[in-house]
Structures are given as C-alpha cells and as structure tokens.
Write a protein that binds this ligand. Structure first.
Ligand code: 5AD
Ligand code: SF4
Length: 466
C-alpha cells in the first residue's frame, strides 16, 4: 500500500516554512475561511487543511469578506451539495473583484472527478486552486504556487495513499475525529465515493493509537473512528488485524472515555465486533448501519451484498447482545427500478427495526456510476410522496423511542453551549442522543448525570442531577 515518502513530506514542510516566512513578515496575520460539505471524512480533511494553514501562519475567520484565502472542500455524493458549491463559487466573483489578493481554492470529492474539475476550471477562471482528495497533502505546494500567481490544477487520478504527519486543527475538546482507513472497495452502484476516494487502505494501528493518545493528552474525552467502511479495517494487512482488535486497543487508552465509529457496512459486521462492542464499556452503544433499502431485489441492484432478511438477522443479533443499542441508518428513496412495492419493504424494515433516527435521501444520479444508466420506474412526484411518507413513519417512531427516556437518568458528555439557546448546555448520551439542559459552561468536557424531563423528535431535554 502506498505511503507518502518522508522526502515528499519534507518537501511539503519546506513549502510550509516558506509560506510561514512570507506571512510572518506581514503586519496583520492573514485569515482563511474554510467551508466543508459532506461527510465526517471530509470534515477531517478540512481539519488537516486548517492544520496546514495554521502551520503556514494563517488565522481563521467565519466571515468570507475578511478572508485572504477561501477554500471550499466539496462533496460529490449528491447533486444538492454540488449545486450549493457552484452557487458559492459564483458568489466569490464580486468579492475577488474588490480584493485583488484574495485566493480561492476548490478541493475535495467534487473536483476529484476530472470532468467536473475541468468544468470548474473553464467556467470560473478566477478559481486559483483546484485540487482533488488525493492531492490534499500537497496543499502547501499548491498554495505556494498560487501565491506566486500560478493557477494550480491538481486532480490526478489515483488509488490513493496514506499520509501521516499532517497537522490537524481540531475543534476544541471533548470530541476528536480520527480516520482509521481511507477509500472504499464496495462499489455500491449509486455511489461515487469509490471513484473519488480510491481503494480501501488502513492506517497502521500504531499510528492510530499514537493519535488517540495524543488527543487524550490534549484533553479530548471521546474519539470517533472514521472510515467509509470501518469493518474492513485491517483487511489489507493480511496479519489477522481486525477492526474489533483495533477497538480493544483504543479502549485501553487512559483519558478516552467514549469510543464511537462510523460507518459500518451490514455485510461486514462480524460476531467478534458485536461481542467487543457489548463487552467494552467505553464503546458507545450506538450503531449506524445503513440499510439503504428494504427490498432484496433493489439491494441486489444496488450491489449491497445482503438481503432484507440477512440485515434483519444482524439487527437481531446486535439487539440480543446490546438491548439498549441506539440504531440509526441511511435510506435512499427512488433508486432506479424501485417500485412502490419495493418501497413498502423499506417501510416494513423501519417498522421492524424501529431505528432511533434515519438519514434519508432521494436518489441522485451520479455520472460514471452503474446506476446512472439504469431505468427509472417512478416519477419524481411518486418519489417525493414516498419520501414524505418515510419521514412521517420514522418521525413517529423517533418520538416514541425518545419518549422511552422520560424520567431516566443518563450519563451525558457535555459538548458545549446549545446551538439554539446560549443559556443551555448540550451533550450526548452514550447512545449519541442530543440532550439540552441548564448548566454552567465549566461542565464542558465532563460526563455528568442528567435526568430526562422532556422529549422531542430530534432531541431530549433534562435537568442536571445534584
Ligand atoms: N443518491 C442519494 N443518496 C446517496 N448516498 C450515496 N450515494 C447516493 C446517491 N447517489 C447516500 C447513502 C449513503 C450516504 C452517505 O449517502 O445512503 O449511505
Ligand atoms: Fe458508497 Fe457503498 Fe462505499 Fe458506502 S460502502 S462509500 S455507499 S460505495
């Protein structure tokens, strides 16, 4: 498996130093604005972009108008996110007219697709840097060239490599995201990810553990282990390393009190994983297990490699070992060829599993994927009708699931002030449910007992136990 060489890393460090020298001679610290779309992996990539920017002497701003450099880290999973990016790039044109030295970069999954990258290059001549996911570690060099008035276009196709040693500018404690593997080999027929993120490659266990120890030392209490398909962790080592064995080691690290992970593929959930999850106290009893669809016929068209029955069996096994587990899933409505009867199977899965929350999407055609050429059965109107019904059924279940928490005392890791109400703190249960309650900001980062006094569809409210 390709690992970025020490020479290449040191070359990039030279660029970091050169840019730092330029910036340190300025009277005012230059500012960067970084906007991220998509999944947790992409957010982690942005933490690395920000880590490199910070090493190069940049500060950060939430206001585009104050920025000296703007970066859009894009997502290609659905068309909606792409449209927003195009809108945002378009809006920078006027800002650039007024601010000559402003640099604009577009990176990530969208521009890892050559045709899209070429389109951005042609349609928006004022974009200074276009670079794909595989070029992330070359960002210092890309930025150095852009500062020297070269337009940079770096979207080389690749199976992907692993680059350790990039600084990471994380959100403040208590939560840290740690990638354990990159890429995906599953080629679900609707999904663009395997084309833009390359083949599955696992980080060495020692590097992951070193990073977890480091964040523990910095005061982080919870780690979220990330991968497109975490259950395949270690498959590329051929030494018997499994995801479950990694989890056991992560749990041994002092200071880390909670361990979560995302995303699991239903076909790869092993009995070993279920029993490690059940027996390790630090592993949160939460599982995100994307079903995508309830019809075995459609699942086959999607290349998911499990049937509805097999999926339901897995859920049963998980629940037998962990009755308190919080289950969430992803669902695609309107996959090509899906009929109303197929959709009823999805509703049936919802009713049988009774997820706590679902993330549902209307199918979005992705150029270059096998599903893009498959025939559609339903009209847009029918798809939207099914989508609305899905939400209606699930909202009722979500509320009922949350109602089960009324009167219970839950251990909450306090994450920060509530987004909607500044006098209120917000945290999560072990199962990942959001709980809002009144309390002092000094509690942030602590695990405290909160009695649940009120429930909503999406969150819980409570009172701190004295
Ligand atoms: N259209 C709609 N949803 C999609 N997803 C992936 N590709 C598509 C697509 N083409 C959804 C899947 C996946 C989640 C991250 O995004 O449900 O689990
Ligand atoms: Fe996409 Fe399927 Fe891979 Fe998930 S497992 S990233 S849905 S191809």
């Amino acid at each position: 498996m390709a690992v970025i060489s020490k020479e290449e890393i040191s070359l990039q460090k030279d660029f970091i130093n050169k840019i730092y020298d330029i910036n340190s001679r300025k009277d005012i610290k230059p500012l960067a604005f970084v906007e991220t779309y998509g999944c947790a992996q992409n957010f982690n990539d942005s933490e690395k972009i920000c880590g490199m920017l910070s090493d190069m002497g940049y500060g950060f701003t939430e206001d585009k108008l104050l920025a000296d450099i703007i970066i859009y880290n894009t997502c290609a999973v659905r068309e909606n996110a792409e449209k927003r990016v195009y809108g945002n790039i378009g809006a920078i044109k006027n800002i650039k007219k007024k601010k000559e030295n402003l640099l604009l970069g577009v990176c990530g999954c969208m521009v890892q697709q050559e045709a899209i990258a070429e389109n951005v290059k042609k349609r928006y001549p004022y974009v200074d840097m276009i670079f794909g996911t595989h070029a992330l570690y070359r960002f210092p060099e890309i930025l150095y060239n852009a500062l020297n008035e070269k337009r940079v276009f770096d979207v080389e196709n690749s199976d992907g490599a692993i680059c350790e040693d990039i600084s990471c500018h994380r959100d403040a404690p208590p939560l840290a995201k740690i990638p354990i593997m990159y890429g995906c080999n599953n080629f679900c027929t609707y999904c663009i990810v395997p084309y833009v993120r390359g083949r599955e490659r696992s980080r060495k266990m020692e590097n992951i553990l070193a990073e977890v120890r480091q964040v523990a030392d910095e005061g982080y209490k919870e780690v979220m282990l990330l991968g497109q398909n975490v259950n395949s962790y270690g498959n590329d080592f051929e030494d018997g390393t499994t995801f479950a064995s990694l989890l056991k080691e992560v749990c041994k690290i002092d200071g880390i009190e909670r361990v979560r992970f995302m995303t699991s593929h239903p076909k790869d959930i092993s009995d070993e994983l279920i029993s490690v999850m059940a027996s390790e106290e630090k592993i949160c009893k939460q599982l995100h297990l994307p079903v995508q669809c309830g019809s075995s016929r459609v699942l086959k068209l999607m290349n998911r490699k499990y049937t509805k029955e097999q999926y339901l069996e897995t859920i049963q096994k998980v629940r037998e070992k962990m009755p308190e587990i919080v289950l969430t899933t992803d669902i695609i409505v309107g996959f090509p060829g899906e009929t109303n009867e197929d959709f009823e199977e999805t509703i049936d899965v919802l009713k049988k599993v009774r997820y706590d929350t679902i993330f549902s999407f209307i199918y979005s055609k992705r150029g270059g994927t096998p599903a893009a050429t498959m025939e559609d059965c339903l009209t847009d109107e029918e798809k939207h009708k099914n989508f609305d019904r899905l939400l209606e059924v699930q909202n009722q279940i979500s509320k009922e699931k949350n109602d089960e928490y009324l009167g219970k005392i839950e251990k909450i890791l306090v994450e920060g002030e509530s987004k909607t109400n500044p006098d209120t703190l917000s945290g999560r249960t072990d199962g990942g449910k959001i709980v809002n309650f009144k309390g002092d900001a000094s509690l942030i980062g602590k695990i405290i007992d909160v009695k649940i006094t009120k429930t909503q569809t999406w969150s819980l409210s409570g009172e701190m136990e004295k």
